[in-house]
Each structure stands twice: as structure tokens, then as C-alpha cells.
Unconditional design. Sequence first.
Length: 371
Amino acid sequence: MKITSVDVIHSKKQVLLSEDYKPAWLEPEGKPTRSFGFSYYKIHTDEGITGIGPYAGDPDSYVLSALVGMSPFYIEWFWSTCMVGRETAFNRNNYGGLEIALWDIIGKASGKPIYKLLGAHRDKVMAYAATNRLLKTEEHVKQVLEIMSYGFKAVKLRLHRPNPKDDLSTVKAVRDAVGDDLIILVDANQNNRSLCYNYWSRKTALWMARELDKLNVYLLEEPLARRDVEGLAELADSVDMLIAGGEHSANIYEFKDHLFKGSFDVLQPDIRLGDIGITGIRKTAIIADFFNKILIPHVSSTGSVALGLPATLQAVATIENCPMIEYPLDPPLLTAENQQLILKEPILIDKDGFLKVPEKPGIGVEIDVVV
């Protein structure tokens, strides 16, 4: 089997939202949006089998030259040769989505979901609902209670309001409303860039971490820029709560300093944002396990959920040190239905808070309609 061509598919229409949507990482000066679209890679072979993967930018001529004529089974070669691997380059796109499409072809050719080909550890994974916006406290409480009614046992809230005390009071209000019936995670988004962010100092981050610890928060994500390895290590040593980060890592080797210096308790690679892919998720998990750390991959929201989520599920179903997976959800704007609109069968939470790993060959999902 050989690869004959690579297509990039973009939706012709946008999913329209009922009101302005502005995620926390665009606060305060970012512009809201009222829609989002879908894009994905489609790799063709000479045997008529095609593979799909989440889009992260048009492939350059070097990558296309490597893919066309290549056997899709040579994924490790592709990962080492065409993805960032041991280098960091600033003038190229990420190709985790292409690597996922190769795995999709292999699964379809073998008649098995990827996680069973790689060696299954489980067939379902606990999920946490990742909300995206900074809402008023009462709106957060109402939203979390609605999310719990779907079956979720864990929810992530966003922080970094102008006054950190307002962040804390919001988390406290949610904890008071749900008691001990919910795992609460928080994301400070301090590794994002913004002209108007009131970035936390190390002192503020330490204060916040200690206060959140008192509220039995499970995980604090990106309380400082990920380059501040020493500050993150100080936080990790100061609280029982887990310190997490790494969604913007360009490749798996960026986790090296964090592991050796103990700055992240939880590694959060994104299968498509960096040159990670299914191969990179598994490599990172093995390295993390060696250091007695855990992996909870980042999953991007809106139009990339439809293929990014099932691919990530296939990867983490093969590893042990991943207690849960991110599930982007911000009702009423971002729902499972509109973010997975292009799938024949959306991936939904069950009553116990778990996601079943798709069992169809490849990444386990099929495109229904290209909108």
C-alpha cells in the first residue's frame, strides 16, 4: 500500500452560535466570534483506503514529498523525519494530524481500532468537562450544575480575572454548591499571551495555589509561563494539588526540564497543537511514568474536537498513567453536538462520567457530512 495524495478539507459553512463567544485565553482584549468551522486532512492510498486527521496547517512541500509514495505503515519514520522530533523550527506547521491520518489508514487496513492494534489497557476513559469562558460567579455555578446533570464527575474552570480574589471566590462558590460530589480543575492560562493580561507573579501564583488547595482542587493548570521551570517547581513542592501544563509544547522534548526539575506533576501534550500525534502521546506517557508523573492530554475545542478527541482517546486507551481526558464543553455555546457535527456518531459521556473508546477501525469515527 502506498500513499497517492493528501487533501485538506475545509467546511463550506460555519456553525453559527447563539451569542458572542470569547474564550478566557482571549480575555480581556480579544475579539469574540459567533461561529466556527471544520478542517481536516484526508490521505489517499492506492488501495482505496483513506485516513483522516485533525488539521493544523497546510503541509509544506518537504512533507508532501515524503508522504506521497510512502507506505502508511512507516509512521515512526514519518514522526522522526517530518515532524519536529528533536528540533524546533519556527517556520513550519505541526503535523500531528497527518500522523493520526496514517494511523487511521493502518487501523482500517487491519480492521481494528488503533488502541487494540497498539495494545489496549482499557476501553473507556474518565472525562472532565473543560469550560472555556470567564462567567459571572452565579453563571458558573448554574453551568457546572447543568454539566453534572449530563454525568460528568469532573469540571474545569478558567481563572485570570483582573483581580485574583475574584477567581478564588468563583471557585469557592462552585465548591460550596457541589460539595464533595465533583472533581474541580482550574486553568489559569498564564502561558497564553495577551496585551492586557494581568499576569500572575510567582508570589500571586503561590498564594492562589495554596488557597485552591484548601478548596480541594485537583489540578491547577498553567499558573505560570511554562518557561518558568523554577517557579513551577516551587509551586509543585508547596501544595498537595497537582500542577499541570504543556499544551503549547512544540514537541515532546520540551517536557525534559520539567521532568528533571519536578515542575509539572501532570503533562498535557496536545495531539495536534504540537508535533505530537498518537506516537508522541505514547512516548510522553512512557517518559512521565519513569518519573512517577501522570499524563492528561489537552484537547482543543470547537472544530478540532471531532477528530482530535477520538484520536486522543485511542492513544490514552493504551497507557496506564492517564486518569482522565479533556472534553471541551461550554454550554449553551459549545456542545457535544455542534463541536462534533461532522461525525456520524458523536462521542458522548455515559452516566458514570466515562467516554467509550470508539471501536470502529482506525481512529474509530466516520465523517458524515462536510458542512
